[in-house]
Each structure stands twice: as C-alpha cells, then as structure tokens.
Write a protein that binds this ligand. Structure first.
Ligand SMILES: [Zn+2]
Ligand SMILES: [Zn+2]
Length: 381
C-alpha cells in the first residue's frame, strides 16, 4: 500500500471511530460501552492493553525495541448531560447525553497516535503508554487514574483539548499557567420562615442570600489584587415555595476560578467569613461546604521548545496558547509527573458544552500525527 493509501485508510478509521463514539456518548465514570469500544479497537489494531483494576477507562502500551523512557499520552472519554441539537447523521442516540466537549475527538485522535506509533515500535527507545481517562467533566477522573496506578513508571505525560476558535492545523502551546483552578462551594442560608405580611417576625433567607451574592463580588473587586485573575460565580440560588410564605432557607451554589493555587484557600476562607458575617448580622446562619476540584493547570516549561519544534517540523502552525478559566482535571497529573497540555485547532461551530457543538474532523489526523511525533521525538535516538 502506498503512503497516501495508508494515510487515507487511517483517516477513514479515525473518522468512523469518532462518529461511533459520538453516537453513543456516556456520562462521567459510566463510560462502560466506550471502554469496551476502545478495547475492541486496540485489539483490532494489535495494540497491547494493560491490566489495571479499573471499571472504566483503558490503559494501553506500545513497547519499543529498545530500553528507554515511558511517555504517556492521555485522552478523556466522557460526555455531558446535554440533549444534542446538531442534526448530524451520527448524532447521539443516548437521550440527554452528548459529546459536547469533543472528547470523542480526543479519544479517536489519541487512538490514531497509538496506531501510528505501533507501526514504528521497532524504532522506539522506550514505551508509550496510552491512557483513555474517564470522568474528566466531573473533575475526578484523573485522580482515579493516578490512584489505580496507571501512571506508575511514566516519565512524562501529554494531553490536549480541542479548541473551536483555532483553525485546523494550528496548535496552541504555552509554558506555565494554561487553565484555572476549579473549586465549588455550597452555602445553605438558614433563616426563619413565616407569613409574608409579617416579615419582622421572620428571618427572610432570600434577603440574606441576595446580600451574600452581592458581597461575594466585593471579594473579587476589592479584596484581591486586581492583577490576579479570579472569578467567583454564583450559579444556583433556590428558595421559597409560594407567594405568601417567607421561606426558612435558601440554597446557593457557585464556583471559584483562579490562576494561583496559593489563593484558593484564602478565597475559601473569605467566602465563608463573608457569608457567615452577613447571615449572622441579619439574624440567620449558614452551613458552608467547599469542594476542591482541579488545581491550576501549569505546563512544564522544559517541554515547550520541543513541542513547538514538532509542530513546525510537521508543517503545523504554532500559536502561543491563550489562558482559559475552564479548568481541566489533567492538572492533577502534574503533581505526579512532568506534564504539558496543548490546544488543538478544530475550527468548531461554537464554544464547548453547547447542544450544537461540532468540529472539523480533518483535525483528527493532525492531532494523531502530532502526538505520535511528540512521543517519537522523545523516544527516538
Ligand atoms: Zn467539557
Ligand atoms: Zn473537555
């Protein structure tokens, strides 16, 4: 088979894989069928599956002919609770679930990188571990992977996210901070309910909650250094049952995003103190819960030059990656091994997590080729 024929065959396979994944999306930590599909494709392509005690997700390995380092490539495999509205011929058949973040793209592209590397294993000095990670959207999947030992023996790990506002063939690379830390908080405001016409005998939790919402924005505008990027968003506020009864409680939820891990604890304390102070001053109280998710994703600067070189050598465009407050659980890997995360241009129809999200499949081959070349660069002598 000519090189052109071989490449066309691979493009067709990766497109088919992506469409099949897209058709059958599964929610975080419930990717059972997806896991089976990945295993089936790995077997069909003669790639070794590693035995780890995981219920969802897959680890595979390509063993080179010579001794050397172990480079890991990671793809996330989960979907979101969104009802798809793309109208594509391969749109989701799983009601209310959609690959609206493009993890179907990541899975298929990294499968492609594994296939390309498998063809060249006789040249490799070391191993490539392929990690298909579950549960990225809920922020806990990478911790599961680490806890189950999938990073044992790994020297460095690379990952990507598809980027809708970059064209196909463009790769965004940047050392240092790339994605913000993600934390979640819940505040239960406890007042005293009663008759709407006799508010003086009640402690109205809606008044308390709205005062708290306003005051939390003062933390951003007046209590932290204006140079530091930080976002506090209150995303949920529930209270009350009807028009003539003052409720006895209000429930709030929100998230904090920053680019400084050292600020996270301070912000947590300020939020709790502010909410508590306001509630108590007005006769109520609060219950506060803080759920720490992923830290700031900080790319290891040692890899930046090499990653830019690989992009250029393969005819792709390099741009300096823009920071994003989205958050990414890949950030947990950096505490275990040196890591780097890039943006892969896919010329998407709109931003992630939308019911109409789609991307250009031509980017599959770019990503597959790029990541196989990154591994080769490290393992080729
Ligand atoms: Zn997402
Ligand atoms: Zn994503």
């Amino acid at each position: 088979m000519s090189l052109k024929e071989e490449s066309d065959k691979l493009i067709k396979k990766l497109t088919d894989y992506r469409r099949e994944l897209h058709k059958y999306p599964e929610l975080s930590m419930k990717e059972y069928q997806t896991t089976e599909r990945i295993k089936k494709w790995l077997k069909e392509n003669d790639i070794k599956i590693l035995d780890f005690p995981i219920k969802v997700g897959v680890a595979a390995e390509i063993e080179g002919a010579y001794e050397g380092k172990t480079v890991a490539l990671r793809a996330d495999i989960d979907a979101l609770p969104i009802e798809e509205k793309t109208g594509l011929s391969f749109a989701s058949l799983n009601e209310g679930v959609m690959h609206a973040c493009g993890h179907d793209f990541h899975t298929s592209a990294i499968m492609g990188a594994a296939m390309l590397l498998n063809e060249r294993k006789s040249e490799l000095h070391g191993k490539v571990r392929i990690i298909f990670q579950p549960g990225e959207e809920t922020g806990k999947g990478s911790e599961y992977i680490i806890e189950k030992g999938l990073l044992k023996g790994v020297d460095c790990i690379f990952g990507m996210h598809n980027k809708p506002d970059l064209p196909v063939g463009t790769i965004g690379i940047k050392a240092g901070e790339l994605m913000a830390s993600v934390d979640r908080f819940e505040i239960k405001v406890i007042g005293m309910g009663g008759h709407a016409g006799i508010p003086n005998r009640c402690v109205d939790p809606i008044i308390l909650a709205t005062q708290i919402v306003s005051a939390l924005q003062i933390i951003v505008s007046r209590e932290v250094n204006p140079i530091d990027d930080i976002v506090i968003s209150i995303t949920k506020l529930n209270s009350g049952t009807t028009w003539n009864v003052i409720s006895d409680k209000a429930e709030m939820e929100g998230t904090v995003r920053t680019f400084r891990n050292s600020m996270r604890n301070d912000i947590r304390n300020r939020i709790e103190k502010t909410a508590k102070g306001i509630a108590e001053a007005l006769g109520g109280e609060i219950e506060f819960q803080w759920l720490a998710y992923s830290p700031v994703l900080e790319n290891d600067s040692r890899f930046e030059k090499m990653l830019i070189e690989v992009a250029k050598e393969n005819g792709y465009n390099y741009v300096k990656a823009e920071k994003n407050l989205g958050g990414e659980d890949f950030a947990f890997y950096q505490s275990v091994v040196p890591s780097f995360f890039v943006w892969m241009g896919v010329d998407g129809t709109e931003q992630w997590h939308r019911a109409n999200y789609n991307l250009k499949e031509e980017a599959l081959m770019v990503a597959a080729n790029y990541f196989s070349e990154v591994a080769l660069k490290i393992l080729y002598k």
